[in-house]
Design a binder for this molecule. Structure first.
Ligand SMILES: [Zn+2]
Length: 155
């Protein structure tokens, strides 16, 4: 189960065992149950975004990373600046951050893993959310995620 190994790699790299959090074990239980019934790629994406909430390394997705304002409508995004940015705080390297992507990420963070709750995903949002996450994780690590090398060999 290669997407399972992706989730396991994130836990291993970013959530050291020194501080075991019961919340994380509860979350992982729900994630691995979801792998049984749901699209594994989407499960892995949601799991990774939710796990990063526990690391202290999470980028800002709902608020401007500079002024803290809750974002409305289309905004900007810069990994260097810490994530989402409002128009006033837009940096030179910032890229567009469409409202629909922000709303998609908000739904990921709010997702409670209820088996009977469906989760609609557009291909654009899925691909962009993956790019943002994986690019950031690999820059934090300084090397490619081993599980992704394996997943790409499968595709
Ligand atoms: Zn701002």
């Amino acid at each position: 189960m290669s997407y399972g190994s992706f989730v396991a790699e994130i836990v291993r790299e970013f959530l050291p065992e020194k501080q075991p959090e019961p919340e994380i074990y509860t979350l992982l239980g729900k994630v691995f149950a979801a792998f049984e019934t749901r699209n594994a790629r989407i499960v892995a994406l949601m799991a990774a975004y939710q796990l990063m909430e526990h690391t202290g390394l999470q980028l800002s997705y709902a608020r401007c990373a500079h002024c803290g304002k809750l974002l409305q409508g289309d905004a900007f995004f810069s990994e260097q600046a810490g994530g989402a940015l409002c128009a006033e705080d837009k940096t030179a390297d910032a890229v567009p951050y469409p409202a629909q992507l922000r709303e998609f990420l908000t739904r990921i963070f709010a997702y409670t893993w209820q088996p009977d709750v469906s989760f609609m995903v557009t291909r654009d949002n899925l691909l962009t959310a993956e790019q943002i996450l994986i690019g950031y994780l690999q820059r934090l690590l300084g090397h490619p995620l081993k599980s992704l090398v394996f997943i790409h060999q499968l595709v």
